[in-house]
Design a protein around this ligand. Structure first.
Ligand SMILES: NC(=O)c1ccc[n+]([C@@H]2O[C@H](COP(=O)([O-])OP(=O)(O)OC[C@H]3O[C@@H](n4cnc5c(N)ncnc54)[C@H](O)[C@@H]3O)[C@@H](O)[C@H]2O)c1
Length: 242
């Protein structure tokens, strides 16, 4: 029994974008606790665990530098968690091009480009688990979050396609869709919206970041060795997408 419950991450190399705060940080905590060596790629330095590599996922050179640093210091990562993300509530008709592009660059292109840079080494190593953090907004849509939902829907489609392309590796590529989660990002939303969202959740409370991180850990670990291209909502029942 003890062996079955071991996530098998001892001594593994993990990279977590957005690992300085919220869900990403909770994932760093769980990965480290499971014995992984974790690189935190974020704009802001974390006071939490992990080896920090200052990275802006909207800057190509920074993504390339991140990839080079990880490969140089530790070799091909076993686990890549794309958790960096950002959002601001804004009606679509009031969103200018700059805002739309910023949302897509952080949430979709950042995830695609970081994965693109680290994937060859993972393929060469013949193994690797990529876990993308999208959002239920990308599964069911969300009023006031059209650009964000579009980007996150892209992350979901990206997950499935890369999973197909790399399954022979064998690589595993899966996606976690948090619902409203108690993080600094959620706290930045208007109070009225936060209250309405919380009341709409069947469990009647926000997710704790570590509850979302448990799903990330599942996809990062050997517990999901026969799972790829899948999307898991962790949303207290708010969405039940087919
Ligand atoms: N909190 C929620 O309710 C919720 C719901 C659905 C999805 N999500 C998604 O979960 C993920 C984590 O969000 P969170 O709530 O923990 O937010 P958070 O703001 O607490 O953490 C996000 C982290 O990403 C980093 N980041 C932002 N832009 C970056 C960039 N350009 N380059 C590198 N790092 C960058 C931030 O510095 C921060 O540390 C995001 O992808 C978010 O879209 C969150």
């Amino acid at each position: 029994m003890a062996e079955r419950s071991d996530p098998g991450l001892e001594g593994q190399i993990a990279v977590v974008t957005g690992g300085a705060s919220g869900i990403g940080r909770a994932a760093v905590d769980l990965l480290e606790a499971a014995g992984a060596r974790v690189f935190v790629a974020d704009l802001n330095e974390s006071d939490g665990p992990g080896e920090f590599i200052c990275t802006d996922v909207t800057v190509d050179a920074a993504i390339e530098a991140l990839s080079e640093t990880v490969l140089e210091r530790a070799g091909a990562p076993h686990v890549l968690v794309n958790a960096a993300g950002w959002d601001e509530i804004r009606p679509f008709v009031e969103s200018d091009f700059e805002f739309i592009e910023r949302i897509v660059r952080i949430n979709l292109l950042g995830c695609m480009k970081v994965t693109r840079c680290l994937l060859p080494a993972m393929l060469e190593a013949g193994r690797g688990k990529v876990v993308n953090v999208a959002s239920d907004a990308g599964r069911v849509g969300s009023s006031g979050e059209t650009a964000y939902a579009s980007a996150k829907g892209g992350v979901i489609a990206f997950t499935k396609s890369v999973a197909r392309e790399t399954a022979r590796g064998p690589l595993h590529v899966n996606c976690v869709c948090p619902g409203p989660t108690d993080t600094p990002l959620f706290a930045s939303l208007p109070e009225k919206l936060r209250g309405a969202l919380e009341r709409a959740i069947p469990f009647r409370r926000l997710a704790r970041p570590e509850e979302v991180a448990e799903a990330i850990l599942f996809f990062a670990s050997r517990r999901s060795d026969y799972v790829t291209g899948q999307v898991m909502s962790v949303s207290g029942g708010l969405t039940m997408a087919g």
